[in-house]
Design a binder for this molecule. Structure first.
Ligand SMILES: [Ca+2]
Ligand SMILES: [Ca+2]
Length: 186
């Protein structure tokens, strides 16, 4: 799954909202999703890419430039209910910390917080009104990994889909990459 350029202004979860139950979210690329919810009393929730009230296993994903008041990448409503492993979370020009990207997760392991080096990151065009997202327009990108991407061979093979989003066999070079696209080499 490749989620880019979504906007959610109602209750959080710019790309994915898990309402209770359980979900496995594996080998996705979430880019430039935005959750702008501000609730009663101005208290915003968040989850720029994922907002969950259930049990989530979140593995081998790349989160890039997702925005929210809390949990730029993931907001877990039930404290400790998200198991995060082998993911990269990066917002250009921001302080890329676990606390900024993941609100109230459970276990967090094998995480990275640096530029995944996409071929061409998509972006929002803003006509000079940065506080208003409603007038921005989305420009598609190319989320294949560059040859020197630090996300190549950094995922886990456990439970990873046997094909990437292009239908190519995964893994290449023994170990799965993070994100929706396995790097195919030359
Ligand atoms: Ca704007
Ligand atoms: Ca690989």
């Amino acid at each position: 799954m490749n989620n880019d350029g979504n906007e959610q202004g109602i209750s959080g979860g710019g790309a994915v909202r898990v309402n209770g139950g359980s979900a496995s979210i594996i080998n996705n690329t979430f880019a430039c999703n935005r959750s702008a919810y501000v609730g009663t009393g101005g208290r915003g929730l968040g989850g720029g890419a994922i907002f969950s009230t259930g049990q989530c296993a979140i593995t081998n994903n790349v989160f890039y430039d997702n925005r929210a008041n809390n949990g730029w990448s993931v907001y877990a409503v039930v404290s400790g209910s998200a198991t995060l492993s082998y993911c990269d979370a990066y917002n250009p020009g921001q302080s890329n910390t676990q606390a900024n990207h993941y609100y109230s997760p459970g276990s967090v392991s094998n995480m990275m917080y640096s530029d995944p080096l996409f071929v061409d990151p998509g972006h929002w065009n803003d006509p000079g009104t940065p506080s208003d997202w409603s007038d921005d327009t989305w420009v598609n990108g190319d989320y294949h990994l560059q040859s020197d991407s630090p996300r190549i061979d950094q995922g886990t093979n456990t439970n990873a889909p046997a094909e990437d989003i292009d239908g190519n066999p995964r893994p290449v070079n023994v170990t799965c990459d993070m994100g929706a696209y396995e790097y195919m080499g030359q």
